[in-house]
Design a protein around this ligand. Sequence first.
Ligand SMILES: Nc1ncnc2c1ncn2[C@@H]1O[C@H](COP(=O)(O)OP(=O)(O)OP(=O)(O)O)[C@@H](O)[C@H]1O
Length: 365
Amino acid sequence: MFVTKIQISNFRNIAQSEILFDRRLNVFYGANGQGKTSVLEAIYLLGTMKSFRLAKTPDLVTWNASHALLRGWAERDGVGREIALYLGKEGRKARVDQKPVTRLADFFGNVNAVVFSPEEIAMARSGPDLRRRYLDRAIFSSDLGYLLLHHEYHRLLKQRNAMLKRGSRDGLDIWTGQLAEAGTRLMIKRIEYLAGIEPLVRRFYRDIAGCDEEAGLAFRPHLTSPERVAAEGNGALLALFEAHEAEELRRGTTVVGPHRDDVDFVLNGRVIRTHGSQGQQRSFVLALKMAEIEYLERLNGAPPVLLLDDISSELDPQRNENLMTFLREKRMQVFITTTDVSTLRLAGIATHASFHVSRGTVTPS
Ligand SMILES: Nc1ncnc2c1ncn2[C@@H]1O[C@H](COP(=O)(O)OP(=O)(O)OP(=O)(O)O)[C@@H](O)[C@H]1O
């Protein structure tokens, strides 16, 4: 899977740009705040319709412009596709091969993109939100059904919260039942995904760290356990909602459920957030990203494209080397941003294109 070309108009600080990409490695360099990340954002949006920095549509459109337009040309198994994404006041609208997208399935899968950014390294020591966001993003990219289910859960959550805010018990049970049903399906997908990538994380961690420490992913559904979810199905969440109903009516919001789930990153049975060194945390997240790529490749028969946003300063020379060796073997397309090209260790990735980014202008160099 490759992105061969992109055209960007009125997107963040990029007024107009057409960039022809290399099929292996593309390096974007320049000072801070010039637009390097905007190029990665544009590619990610063409793959997912979402911003990896969780920006809202108006923040993506150049100040004072009415709308932004992204067009990308992607190729997979020799088949080319043209993807266009319009970002405007009415929201986001997509076209594939010049036809409006009416089914999400027609849009997704043309560009599978994995991001690796300093924020991801931070998730090993942060609160649950970043890890849950990572988990959701990783599952979305491998399972379109999860995206729909996630929307459904959040729609029901909003409805139930509106009812709780009114302080009314009338009809609450119906929403609670539906929320428990969608929430349980969401948790089961999380459990399945983590079980699928855990052996890969374990293997990559061993390779990176060069030791026998056993890496693991422990799903922590909010105030319940994976065992209860497996044994009781919806019953586990229903029991939680029942136990917290008085508090929820008082506070006017749903205080328990999968929107508060977490996943522990574990080494030899210890949670690295509290017990790991910075080095272990970085190696773990690197192993997790490699596992995500490998998993997607197995599923789709082609590796995703990888967007590396300014991470060379976060990884020491050895971990940088591990990553580059992995990328060389995978033969996948990579997009890297950096403020300092001299810190990149490209480990024998021979062909590549470099672009200088300055004040929203991207120039091949
Ligand atoms: N909607 C917008 N319209 C115009 N400019 C914007 C908009 N949103 C962000 N910018 C500006 O775009 C610039 C580029 O940001 P970007 O994050 O892409 O830079 P960068 O080169 O990756 O820098 P860094 O290395 O600091 O991340 C910033 O200076 C920011 O102020």
